[in-house]
Design a protein around this ligand. Structure first.
Ligand code: 13P
Length: 337
């Protein structure tokens, strides 16, 4: 298959009605934090046990089209001794991989950060592709305050995100382009809308400069919400603000927008996605690529004990199914019971 066909086929598999993406690509410090919350010490074996359990939940492929893995998991075997990428393929799920190397302070821009990891990216992508990955993820973060993010941060992060996306496409790997505007702070939903619009505008300008094919990428943004220390907005308010911003700045050629959950509770993230999909037809598929909002209940159910495996899988499937419904605006809170 040529590179263009490869990209088109991966997009086709990832963007499906009733389905979204599971982000299970937490770095070692992040997964240690999640495990700590359920009383589990993070170790390679515990990470393997937990991730193997949730990824082998029977029927997961009905609601999950792709899973973003961390490098370690791409090379691990399941509890049944099947390589994880192979396990996913057998579930009808496309394996993906987080490729950025995290963030560090942006010099001369106090409070802002820059995502790193472009050095050697091509070589790493080749290894990941041989191991079975067909798509990738790179996350930029933008802090909101009265003065942040600075113009420097918006431009510098957009530039690295676009360069990453161009390298991925040249190698037949679909890039997930993730500019996350953080929920931390006490800002209003209007302030989040302004920052999100400026960030997305800059990201799409950078993608155009680097000749990224919009048809062969997925956007993974944050929803437009008030800061978490501000009053909560209703799902309808979040949906209206989010779709208004996106209609202004996200070209119709982008096939799919898969939101991150960014600290929303599992129920909030499902309600908000449902409200977004209730606003009527939009140019792009509007779905999910949640980490915490899909996994929190499963982690609680597992709590580090293999005997709780079936309960963890059930919890995983439940969130996947409910978000699958939200993907078409057919979720209702009664379905939680
Ligand atoms: P959350 O849904 O927990 O924000 O994670 C999504 C993700 O992949 C962040 O990079």
């Amino acid at each position: 298959m040529g590179i263009q066909d490869e990209l088109a086929s991966t997009i086709q598999s990832l963007v499906q009605p009733g389905q979204g993406i599971l982000a299970a690509d937490e770095s070692h410090p992040t997964i240690a934090k999640r495990f700590h919350a359920v009383g589990v010490e993070s170790s390679e074996e515990k990470r393997r046990e937990y991730r193997s359990l949730i990824l082998s939940a029977p029927g997961l492929g009905e609601f999950i089209s792709g899973v973003i893995l961390f490098e370690e998991t791409l090379g691990q075997k399941s509890l049944d001794n099947v390589p994880i990428p192979q396990l996913l393929e057998s579930q009808g799920i496309v394996p993906g991989i987080k490729v950025d190397k995290g963030k560090q302070p942006l010099v001369n821009a106090p409070g802002d950060e820059i995502t790193v990891g472009l050095d050697g990216l091509e070589d790493r992508l080749e290894i990941y592709k041989n191991a079975g990955a067909r798509f990738a993820k790179w996350r930029d973060v933008f802090h909101i305050s009265d003065t942040l993010p600075s113009r420097q941060a918006v431009e510098a992060n957009a530039e690295v995100l676009a360069r990453y996306a161009a390298v991925c496409q040249a190698m037949g790997i679909v890039p997930i382009v993730e500019p996350e505007v953080l929920i931390d702070g006490d800002h209003t939903i209007e302030r989040c809308a302004d920052v999100s619009e400026a960030v997305l505008r800059e990201v799409f300008w950078a993608l155009a400069r680097h000749r990224v094919q919009l048809e062969h990428m997925i956007l993974k943004p944050s929803m437009v919400t008030p800061g978490k220390e501000n009053q909560k907005a209703t799902p309808e308010q979040v949906a209206e603000a989010t779709v208004r911003v996106f209609r202004r700045v996200v070209p119709a050629a982008v096939p799919g927008i898969n939101f991150l959950s960014g600290g929303q509770t599992p129920e909030e993230a499902t309600l908000n996605l449902n409200a977004i999909n209730n606003l009527g037809a939009q140019p792009w598929a509007l779905s999910f690529s949640y980490g915490r909002a899909l996994q929190e209940p499963a982690q609680k159910a597992w709590a580090g004990n293999l005997d709780n495996g079936p309960a963890a899988q059930e919890a995983m499937l439940k969130r996947a199914r409910l978000n699958g419904a939200a993907r078409s605006g057919t979720y209702s809170p009664e379905m939680e019971d």
